[in-house]
Write a protein that binds this ligand. Structure first.
Ligand SMILES: [Zn+2]
Ligand SMILES: [Zn+2]
Length: 826
């Protein structure tokens, strides 16, 4: 009796893979068994006929075609079984069975939390189903994972479901391979599972019946319809919610949350509701409905194209496919934006809450501005009680905080801007050449922190943790790190950090390396961005150098100055700086990051001197505005080089241009605000501005310099002759893209390179990214962009990890770890 073993590698544990194998084997008439082990899933099949039966090839085809939704098959390897004792063992099997996992090194990779699947949604909507309106309904194909796990092996006892013993009905489903809930660890129902309840702002439980509602979720929905603000406990944290079309509610939510300008995310019941407000392509719809269910940035719709927030709909115009004019969103939802961040419901709580809503809800993270999101009921009452009129709470603990992920489609592909719920901790396979990388840990940056573990040729990135300047977030980094080291059984032999000596993540890495005697690789910020985009695109370890264009706010440079508009030639191992934006002072240091007008002043001072600009453009709004500032102090700072560090930052250049157009206000209220507003202003005018404003070029020992000086002349001139600000904003974007493209072509030609890698937070700007990518590709260059990890500092840890791995694999670890610019500076 012939037999084969079939080894399946990938994300195949804890995702309903064995029951699928079991079902397909039965349907294809195969006998044998399936089990989890340390390498994935092992299937053994036998058959009676002497030849390979049609059943086996059909089985293997269907295994790929009918792979469970949360599984990922990386490889399938087949081998004939010839060992007589194993054949004899199989011969006793008359059927096909699921075996218990064997061996001590068996562990289940934790997969990401997944949005409620269609079968579970149907159950909670079916009055005849035992899970009708049950807000924690889930199955093997959906539901919480990382958000509830405390340790491994991944079973119910090590999750926050341990407090809820399964009732006989649920236990029956759990044990039945033919059931959708076979081994679904969070399986629950009305009888045995977690419950929701509603409280007022002081934590007093409210009776839904007194509010005329059958249950707490229905009551919450009615309170929202009355204009109240609710805190809602979800999967990975709390949201603050209100009716997005209620002007007063949205304004009040902003006031209480102290979030003044940053756009608020929306949740809508279904795609049809979203289509009333946004342009939704088929690819957008697929992303919104994917198990990750991210916030997707969508172009805001009007009958004749995107319309600014707050504009009225033309009386007789409805977007295609929408029968009725939808209620207008409150102008405060996303002031000054032509796009909206929208998501679909991703847990049964959200589906039930939104079932009667034909307009979107604001669903913004449950926190005060910049603090991490709440996860615990008591914490929520303390911190959100004053922000929300009511709280919709439940008694399943959130073990791991997970923010909503954010995705934007740019240059034809979805690109992660924030990688958290639904994506983390799914491993990202490292490119060819990294298979034998030692276990290591990269600690990421300071803002938008993530960390990255390397194991078995895979990169495991943490979810977005946030800004480490916040002490709560920094504590959470250490706690989350301990969990990941346990979950993925990694004992790092190498540590990687940013070159910046004062990042909290750098300090943690430095202390750890000193304590355990581990090599510490300090990776220059923009080199890490470059390596990140290479790894994101599967660029092989030995594939050679590329031209990197790295545009961001700030990163610590190899020369101790601040970089942020960089042209590097490099690979994973090494890099050289061959070009950059002209360094301009940041008068006031960190205050220049918050106050964009300081950068406008510094740019003008650098481009010929403030006095001449003031004389030429007297009376022009931005000049008048600057004139009212304490410029003599700034001049002194710049002149003496006191608290006015030079920086080649692309982000600060955007701030200056935005300030010239009156955007960003006196003080920014969130990171990137000025650049985001400038992009929104430019969006409609890109087609009419051609190559945009000119930059100058110069050569210096540090590389080729792009000097923005000429653009100020053109920009202020245009302002004084009344050119529409939309066109000025667009000419800035187009000019920057043109200047970068021309320098890139020049540098690539000189270096003999045909591939350009783009990364850095400034490249979350769709207009710049697409203008740049299009121009470079038309010139015959191959362009690599980030996809799976953010171009912002959330992607740094992947880059640091691959740089450290490359050093470990090439035997240069000691040399690179010995490098300590911070020490040599002292
Ligand atoms: Zn389900
Ligand atoms: Zn139950």
């Amino acid at each position: 009796m012939p037999a084969e073993s079939i080894r399946v590698r990938g994300l195949v544990q804890g995702v309903g893979f064995r029951p699928t194998v079991w079902r397909l084997a039965h349907e294809c008439g195969l006998r044998g068994d399936v089990r989890n082990d340390g390498d994935g899933v092992l299937i053994r099949v036998s058959w009676v006929a002497p030849a390979d039966p049609a059943g086996l090839s059909g089985f293997l085809r269907r295994l790929r075609d009918e792979c469970p939704p949360l599984a990922r098959i990386d490889s399938i390897e087949r081998a004939l079984i010839e060992d007589p004792s194993e054949l004899a063992d199989l011969a006793h099997t008359g059927d096909f069975s699921i075996l218990e996992s064997a061996g001590t090194d068996v562990h289940t990779w934790i997969v990401a939390d997944a949005a409620t699947c269609p079968a579970c949604i149907a159950e909670i909507r079916d009055p005849a189903d035992r899970r009708y309106r049950y807000p924690f309904t889930n199955c093997t194909h959906c539901g919480p994972r990382l958000s509830i796990v405390r340790g491994i092996p991944y079973d119910r006892a090590r999750t926050s479901m341990s407090a809820f013993p399964m009732c006989p009905d649920c236990a029956g489903e759990y044990g039945d391979p033919a059931d959708r809930r076979f081994h679904a660890q969070p399986n629950a129902c009305h009888v045995c599972g977690p419950k929701v309840w509603l409280t007022d702002g002081e934590g007093r439980t409210l009776d839904p019946g007194a509010l005329g509602a059958p249950d707490a979720i229905e009551a919450a929905s009615r309170l929202l319809a009355e204009g109240r603000i609710l805190a809602i406990k979800g999967i990975g944290g709390f949201h603050l919610a209100c009716d997005a079309t209620n002007v007063d509610s949205v304004a009040e939510l902003r006031r209480r949350k102290r979030r003044h300008a940053k756009p608020l995310a929306l949740m809508a019941r279904d795609l049809d509701v979203i289509r009333g407000y946004c342009r939704v392509t088929a690819a957008d719809a697929a992303l919104l409905e994917s198990p990750a269910a991210p916030i997707l940035l969508l172009e805001r719709l009007a009958s004749d194209g995107p319309r600014p927030i707050g504009d009225e709909w033309p009386a007789d115009a409805c977007p295609p496919g929408v029968d009725e004019r939808p209620a207008d969103l409150a102008p405060d939802v996303a002031p000054g934006q032509t796009s909206l961040g929208v998501m679909l419901p991703y847990s049964p709580i959200h589906h039930l809450l939104l079932s009667d809503w034909d307009r979107p809800l604001v669903m913004t993270s449950g926190n005060l501005s910049e603090e991490p999101q709440c996860t615990e009921n008591s914490d929520a009452l303390g911190r959100l009680g004053g922000l929300a009129d009511h709280l919709l709470l439940h008694d399943r603990a959130i073990v791991n905080r997970l923010d909503d992920s954010v995705v934007r489609v740019m240059a034809g592909q979805p690109r992660l801007l924030r990688r958290a719920r639904g994506y983390a901790p799914t491993p990202i396979p490292l490119p060819p050449g990294f298979e034998d990388a030692p276990p290591l840990l990269a600690l990421g940056g300071e803002l938008k922190n993530t960390f990255c573990l390397v194991r078995d040729g895979q990169a495991i990135l943490s979810q977005h943790l946030g800004d480490l300047e916040d002490a709560k977030t920094a504590r959470e980094l250490e706690r989350t790190l301990a969990l990941y080291l346990d979950l993925f059984k990694v004992s790092p032999g190498v540590l990687a950090v940013d070159l910046h000596p004062d990042y909290r993540s750098s300090l943690i890495g430095r202390d750890w390396a000193a304590r355990d005697g581990l090599p510490l690789v300090r990776v220059q910020h923009h080199h890490a961005h470059l390596a990140s985009v290479l790894a994101d695109n599967g660029w092989a370890l030995d594939a050679g150098p590329v031209l990197g264009i790295l545009l961001d706010g700030l990163g610590y440079g190899s020369d101790g100055t601040l970089w942020g508009g960089e042209f590097l030639v490099g690979d994973y191992l090494d890099f050289a700086r061959i070009g950059h934006l002209k360094p301009v002072a940041m008068p006031g240091g960190t205050r220049a990051i918050l106050e964009p007008w300081r950068n406008l002043y510094a740019q003008l001072e650098c481009a010929g001197g403030w006095a001449s600009w003031r004389a030429r453009f007297a009376g022009l709004e931005p000049i008048e505005r600057l004139d009212g500032k304490p410029l003599h102090i700034l001049r002194t700072l710049i002149g003496r080089g006191l608290n006015a560090p030079l920086s080649s930052s692309a982000g600060r250049l955007f701030d200056a241009a935005a300030s010239a157009l009156g955007l960003g206000g006196e003080v920014l209220t969130y990171e990137g605000q000025a650049a985001i507003e400038l992009e929104a202003m430019a969006a409609e005018a890109m087609a009419v501005v051609g190559d945009g404003y000119k930059f100058a070029r110069a050569s210096a020992p540090s590389g080729e310099i792009l000097d923005p000086a000429p653009l100020w002349d053109a920009l202020l001139g245009d302002l004084s002759t009344g050119r529409p600000p939309e066109q000025i904003a667009a000419a800035f974007h187009a000019g920057l893209a043109t200047a970068i493209r021309e320098l890139a072509l020049d540098l690539a030609g000189r270096q003999g390179l045909s591939t350009v890698a783009l990364s850095g937070g400034v490249l979350q700007n769709r207009l710049l990214l697409e203008a740049l990518t299009g121009g470079l590709e038309r010139s015959g260059l191959r362009v690599l962009l980030q996809r799976q990890v953010p171009a912002n500092d959330g992607g740094l840890s992947l880059g640091q990890a691959t740089v450290a791995a490359a050093h470990a694999l090439s035997g240069t670890l000691e040399a690179s770890a010995g490098m300590d610019p911070a020490a040599t500076k002292e």
